[in-house]
Design a protein around this ligand. Structure first.
Ligand SMILES: *[C@@H]1O[C@H](CO)[C@@H](O)[C@H](O)[C@H]1NC(C)=O
Ligand SMILES: *[C@@H]1O[C@H](CO)[C@@H](O)[C@H](O)[C@H]1NC(C)=O
Ligand SMILES: *[C@@H]1O[C@H](CO)[C@@H](O)[C@H](O)[C@H]1NC(C)=O
Length: 165
């Protein structure tokens, strides 16, 4: 109890808000293993059915979960990947819970390493995701995601490894 009180004072969030924070954090961070294991069906745990996604290139205007699943699958075809998600800031709007559920927005830093076949180059990308989320019957889901790159990508020689799936 004392610990909880301390946490509330430190973070400036109520216990209910902390629970939402953790659930939103789980939704955001589940993205990494889903992409890296190529389990694209599980993207329904992360994006809402009508979600919009703006990354870059052919992924700059993707609308709806099936298109997001297909587009992200295409983007890592033939690659092994590691998405490392770091700094996570979440703002929760508890203003109008009766009008369409709770809303939040977040910024999540990433480093994405793309490993090509053994003996070829490794590419590492740096940036952050800017997300709008809402809480539906299934839980917190991303409604709108935009990717912002930071700096330039880095190329390096990948260590020999098993072939990509
Ligand atoms: C995607 O993001 C880019 C860069 O911020 C922006 O110029 C473009 O208008 C966005 N596209 C859509 C469909 O929102
Ligand atoms: C949420 O959106 C507001 C308004 O655009 C913005 O000022 C704030 O920085 C955002 N919060 C996060 C964590 O991205
Ligand atoms: C890796 O990238 C470097 C620098 O761009 C290049 O010189 C080298 O040929 C590349 N190696 C392979 C195996 O593609």
């Amino acid at each position: 109890m004392r610990l909880t009180m301390c946490f509330i004072i430190l973070a400036g969030l109520s216990t209910a808000q902390l629970t939402d924070w953790e659930r939103i954090h789980q939704t955001l961070h589940r993205y990494a293993p889903v992409i890296d294991t190529k389990d694209f069906a599980q993207l329904d745990q992360i994006f809402s059915p009508n979600a919009h996604l703006n990354y870059t290139g052919f992924l700059s205007n993707v609308n709806g979960l099936p298109a997001i699943q297909a587009g992200l699958a295409q983007s890592v075809t033939g690659l092994r990947t590691q998405h490392l998600l770091g700094t996570t800031i979440i703002d929760i709007d508890h203003g109008f819970p009766t009008l369409g559920g709770k809303k939040a927005n977040s910024t999540t830093y990433f480093q994405a390493s793309l490993f090509a076949e053994a003996g070829t180059n490794l590419t590492t990308l740096f940036g952050y995701y800017v997300d709008d989320l809402s809480q539906g019957h299934q839980g917190w889901r991303i409604d709108n995601r935009k990717l912002v790159f930071q700096g330039t990508s880095v190329q390096g020689n990948a260590a020999p490894g098993p072939p990509s799936p």
